[in-house]
Design a binder for this molecule. Structure first.
Ligand SMILES: Cc1cc2nc3c(=O)[nH]c(=O)nc-3n(C[C@H](O)[C@H](O)[C@H](O)COP(=O)(O)OP(=O)(O)OC[C@H]3O[C@@H](n4cnc5c(N)ncnc54)[C@H](O)[C@@H]3O)c2cc1C
Length: 521
């Protein structure tokens, strides 16, 4: 899957990718199947993150053609590698300040052929690609939301590639390069930003799926190694300190895995963006943390180059950054805070769990790539406390009080005039993400009836508490600090810790072994 290249050393095998990438595109067009496309990409990559991301980046670029409704091109170009040609060295998230320019080839107002001139930076696959989806401006003096357009630029219009080696994904080849040649308009002129927004809705799920696959590889590998190695006459996993750390990592890994598939299952009815932004920021940051902790706990074995444990911990760091910085995603969630915390709509627990147990892990065609960003701006949130009160969680958590506390915090932020500060918008977005992860933990427990997952609820609750207390502390707010909750004793037979932890990690099996919930159960 990797080849020794004379110029670049050991890199992903672009020729093999070119021959196989249509298998991923086939799940993007003519029918869009989000989970199947990500599964096929990671299966092809055999979970090598450099290959997954190379294929994933090309698939995201290909999906720009769909978001721009360029179906003929999408049908014709299934055996090509594409790049996402957005970033320039001087700008990252601030795409409106790009400088690459597109000049029409004639005076015809309907001209679709342009001369593209500019430079792109840190672009994956750019030396080996067949086509680039280049973001450019027809008028470099404009910087409004209608100033950006997409162009399909062949490799022959590019030059001066210079490899940029990175700390992550070292099998990929990223370059900076110049463009000076013809390109064809993709979508309508001035619609670049709205095409990105449309394509970005499902792309957040694709990017996160790679983080989730890393959990699947790294945590069991750590559990197995710690259960097999012998030091001081025992397996490290038998030491209570190591076991407790791996128990914590396992519970978090199980929840994060569940949160991904839950988001994919519940992303209808306007929730596409809300769940996607939670995944792309909150979940991927938590995945970084848990993979790092996993690596530290396992020790030296994780540092060996062949080990997935160290590799995935390092590579996971890029996931919340590229293809939309996590900050931007968190700021998007902050816009929902008032509606999220104040929602009164009743959500029936049985109905929601039924929906989940029907849709979890199902690879079904959907219209995520065609969703209009405007339609996902107001998801119909429901009463948080009203929903969780139905769960009968046997922990001393008062859901009404929790939501009341969060509202007290956001109200005080407003009263102090801090509501429009990026710092507080970010903190508010994070607060909503923590609350959503706590809700997911309750669903995980209820769907599996697994008592150890009560501790997942406690961990997420304490995450909310910690976040609220940080806001109070850093902002010197007058609100009272919150108290954390106590975990319940570990339940079940832990005499075989490897089997015990691996069972808890296998959320899919645990959900499936429960009789499917039917509304009214
Ligand atoms: C390995 C790798 C591969 C990549 N591949 C590609 C590729 O193939 N194609 C491509 O086009 N790009 C690619 N990129 C670039 C990537 O998309 C950018 O990293 C991304 O756009 C974010 O930009 P940035 O990292 O420069 O950070 P910036 O956006 O410059 O952010 C810097 C800091 O400012 C903060 N910030 C940013 N905006 C705001 C705001 N509005 N309000 C408050 N704070 C803000 C952020 O939190 C961050 O802390 C790649 C990057 C990496 C690392």
């Amino acid at each position: 899957m990797r080849v020794q290249d004379e110029q670049f050393g050991m890199i992903v095998d672009y020729e093999d990718i070119r021959q196989n990438i249509h298998k991923v595109y086939d799940y993007i067009y003519p029918e869009y199947n989000l989970l199947a496309a990500t599964r096929v990409a990671t299966e092809y990559a055999e979970d090598d993150p450099s290959i997954s991301i190379t294929v994933g980046a090309s698939a995201l670029a290909y999906s720009i053609l769909i978001a721009a409704e360029e179906y003929e091109l999408a049908a014709q170009l299934k055996d090509k590698i594409f790049t996402l040609g957005w970033t320039e060295e001087h700008c990252g998230s601030d795409l409106l300040s790009i400088r690459t320019q597109a000049t029409p080839m004639s005076d015809n107002p309907n001209e679709r052929n342009f001369h593209i001139k500019g430079s792109k930076w840190l672009i994956n696959c750019s030396f080996h690609a067949d086509y680039h989806l280049i973001l450019a401006k027809t008028d470099p003096n404009q910087d409004g939301p209608r100033s950006l357009s997409f162009f399909l630029v062949p490799q022959s219009s590019c030059k001066n590639w210079e490899r940029l080696e990175t700390h992550v994904l070292r099998g990929m080849v990223l370059t900076k390069f110049d463009i000076d040649g013809p390109g064809v308009q993709v979508g309508k002129l001035g619609h670049g930003l709205s095409i990105i927004q449309r394509m970005a809705l499902p792309s957040k799920y694709q990017c996160t799926s790679m983080g989730v696959r890393m959990l699947h590889g790294s945590i069991p590998a750590a559990v197995e190694w710690l259960g097999e190695k012998r030091i001081f006459g025992s397996n490290p996993l038998q030491f209570s300190n190591v076991f407790r750390q791996m128990y914590d990592i396992t519970l978090k890994g199980a929840l994060y895995d569940f949160m991904f598939f839950r988001a994919a299952a519940l992303n209808e009815n306007g929730f596409l963006q809300f769940h996607g932004t939670t995944l792309k920021s909150f979940l991927l940051l938590r995945i970084n943390e848990v993979l790092s902790k996993n690596w530290l706990t396992v020790g030296s074995k994780g540092f060996v180059a062949q080990s997935v444990i160290g590799r995935d911990a390092i590579d996971s760091f890029v996931l919340p950054v590229f293809d939309g910085h996590y900050t931007i995603n968190t700021l998007m969630t902050a816009k929902h805070a008032d509606r999220y915390l104040g929602a009164e709509l009743h959500m029936d627990m049985e109905e929601q769990l039924h929906r989940l147990s029907q849709n979890l892990y199902e690879e079904r065609p959907g219209s995520e790539i065609e969703a209009n960003p405007k339609e996902v701006r107001k998801p119909p949130f429901f009463s948080y406390a009203g929903y969780l009160n139905q769960f009968g969680v046997p922990l001393p958590i008062d859901w009404e009080e929790l939501i009341q506390k969060c509202r007290e915090i956001t109200d005080e932020i407003e009263v102090l005039g801090l509501g429009s500060e990026p710092e507080y918008r970010y903190k508010t977005g994070e607060l909503i993400h923590w609350l959503e992860s706590l809700q997911a933990a309750c669903e995980l427990w209820k769907l599996t009836h697994e008592n150890n997952y009560l501790n997942t609820i406690v961990i997420q609750y304490n995450g909310v508490v910690n976040h609220v207390n940080t806001i109070i502390s850093e902002g010197s707010l007058s609100a009272e600090f919150m108290l954390p909750a106590r975990q319940v004793p570990i339940s079940g037979d832990t005499s075989d810790p490897v089997a015990f932890l691996k069972r808890l990690l296998n959320v899919r099996a645990m959900v499936r072994q429960m009789p499917a919930m039917s509304a009214g159960d």
